[in-house]
Design a protein around this ligand. Sequence first.
Ligand SMILES: CC(C)(COP(=O)(O)OP(=O)(O)OC[C@H]1O[C@@H](n2cnc3c(N)ncnc32)[C@H](O)[C@@H]1OP(=O)(O)O)[C@@H](O)C(=O)NCCC(=O)NCCS
Length: 147
Amino acid sequence: MSLLIRPAQPTDEAVWRQHWRGYCDFYNASVSEAVTQHTWTRILDPDASVMCIVAVLRGEVVGFANCVVHQNTWELQAVCYLEDLYVAPAARGQGAGKAMIEWLRNAMRPEGWARIYWVTHQDNLIARDLYDQFTPADGFVRYVLKA
Ligand SMILES: CC(C)(COP(=O)(O)OP(=O)(O)OC[C@H]1O[C@@H](n2cnc3c(N)ncnc32)[C@H](O)[C@@H]1OP(=O)(O)O)[C@@H](O)C(=O)NCCC(=O)NCCS
């Protein structure tokens, strides 16, 4: 099986948009075209803090991980927030999700990130099954105030 993880490139726009829609649908979220366009533009901008890697399975882009790299108050180094992880339904269970997290873990030292962190819903047992293979959940609970 050929599985490759690599940074997103301009020619991935259509397939990234397709999977981004799938991801938003998974969360029953409606994200405007303005936000989608802005996110994609930042992904391609080397000076922006947003980055994206894609999983290519047998030559087809089947999923993505969107990350935000940011400063923090606990370490000198930046940290990587894995904000969105998605693999298209037909390609699931073939290692693409795990390989994207492994790619990020391997990038930590060369990129100078102190850590990678991410959150998921407590009931997302499939994702949690994957995440538990990397590290146990740390017990912090998220609070959100909306504007
Ligand atoms: C979570 C997700 C990214 C996993 O992607 P994937 O490519 O299918 O994952 P992998 O094939 O690498 O599977 C890795 C692990 O996930 C778990 N897993 C995958 N499919 C599973 C299933 N149907 N049931 C239970 N666990 C499952 C297993 O622990 C598996 O490890 P194993 O292969 O050693 O058994 C994918 O299911 C997805 O996109 N789901 C919808 C969006 C989502 O939930 N994103 C994460 C939100 S934070």
